[in-house]
Design a protein around this ligand. Structure first.
Ligand SMILES: O=C(O)c1ccc[n+]([C@@H]2O[C@H](COP(=O)([O-])O)[C@@H](O)[C@H]2O)c1
Ligand SMILES: Cc1cc2nc[nH]c2cc1C
Length: 345
């Protein structure tokens, strides 16, 4: 893991500078493309050229199950997780439908689903274990398991990049995973669980009170500290959260932009950014999730969401939806004429 972290370098300062200057030479009133301009400049810094281009988007949907489901923290049964993996493979899920509209490929990682899954070309089927332990009672994962899941995500992302992926969207599927995501967020940001715990798939008021209590008890076991992000990941868990963290770090290590989806992806990004503060420069936040803790994650990460469509699905749906916006931001720098070229002014 340390090798991966050490590979992450700052953005290319020269490319940032020339892209910034170029924005004002293009045939438009200065700053008239608003936030697209800063997005383009950052993409230039990531790709190391004032004329960036983004091709071959790939969504990597990481799936895992959660021992804490036995506490009744979700509106849906855990059995939905493997069924949704089959749905991704049959291209019937929301992420598939949205990916189709933007030309993105969807790959799935079984990081730790509690069921046997069939072999499929779009599935990396090497689970670290069959779901996490119940974080209310014990550490969800060992450090070794957390690191293994992280490295699995990193390996799949690295392979996708070697095969030409130009932008990565880590997505997730895991019934119960807003519980570990909220616990991680509370610990990493040192916030009370009631400020970062939401309704996930749609639990009742009573369910929400219970969920906050479960998270409080998990945090009160008091086994991990924000200064030890891998320890937090292991303690509070999520095999798919760990795998997503790996995808994010591998994107940054290979200078590939990474689109951060909703609240669960946000919790993985908190871990990634704590492991490597430089990695944040490679991240773009797609949308503002309805989950209440998401705003807090994004402000901590210094990321502004591109869309606010009241989404709270996960799977990488918001991330995939934002790919064309980022492609457009790059295309402006790459394909627009300058005033000099157009003979204007
Ligand atoms: O991405 C989000 O912001 C988001 C918010 C709420 C729920 N989800 C999805 O719903 C599942 C987790 O919800 P829950 O209630 O089972 O913890 C999981 O499969 C996520 O992909 C995702
Ligand atoms: C059906 C369903 C699809 C999902 N996709 C991501 N989380 C989900 C949760 C449920 C319940």
């Amino acid at each position: 893991m340390q090798t991966l972290i050490d590979q992450i370098q700052p953005l290319n300062a020269q490319a940032l500078k020339s892209a910034l200057e170029r924005q004002d030479q293009l045939t438009k009133p200065p700053k008239s493309l608003g936030k697209l301009e800063a997005l383009g400049v950052r993409l230039a810094g990531i790709l190391g050229t004032e004329k960036p281009e983004i091709q071959n988007p790939v969504a990597i949907v990481c799936a895992g199950d959660h021992g804490v489901c036995e506490e009744g923290v979700s509106a849906f049964p855990a059995s939905v997780t493997p069924l949704m993996v089959l749905n991704f493979l049959a291209e019937g899920a929301a992420v598939n439908a949205i990916a189709r509209t933007v030309g993105a490929k969807v790959q799935v990682i079984n990081a730790g689903v509690n069921a046997d899954l069939p072999d499929h070309p779009a599935l990396v089927n090497t689970p670290v274990r069959r779901g996490t332990r119940n974080l209310r009672k014990e550490s969800a994962l060992t450090r070794e398991e957390a690191e293994k899941a992280l490295l699995l995500g990193a390996e799949v992302a690295t392979q996708a990049i070697q095969q030409g992926a130009g932008i990565l969207v880590p997505g997730e599927m895991g019934i119960g995973n807003t519980t570990p995501a909220a616990a991680i967020t509370a610990r990493m940001l040192n916030l009370s669980p009631d400020l970062v715990t939401g309704r996930g798939t749609g639990i009742s008021d009573e369910g929400l009170t219970h969920k906050v209590q479960v998270i409080k008890e998990a945090l009160n076991r008091n086994q991990s500290h924000a200064e030890d992000p891998l320890g937090v990941l292991a303690d509070l868990g999520g095999l798919e959260i760990a795998a997503m963290t790996g995808v994010m770090l591998a994107g940054a290590a290979h200078r590939v932009p990474v689109v951060i989806d909703g609240f669960i992806a946000g919790s993985a990004a908190l871990i990634a950014a704590a492991l490597s503060p430089l990695s944040r420069d490679y991240f773009f936040a797609s949308h503002q999730s309805v989950e209440i803790g998401h705003v807090k994650q994004l402000s901590h990460l210094g990321l502004e969401p591109l869309l606010n469509l009241d989404m709270r699905l996960g799977e990488g749906t918001g991330g995939v939806l934002c790919v064309p916006i980022l492609q457009a931001a790059a295309s402006v720098l790459k394909n627009m004429a300058t005033f000099a070229e157009a003979g204007i002014g």
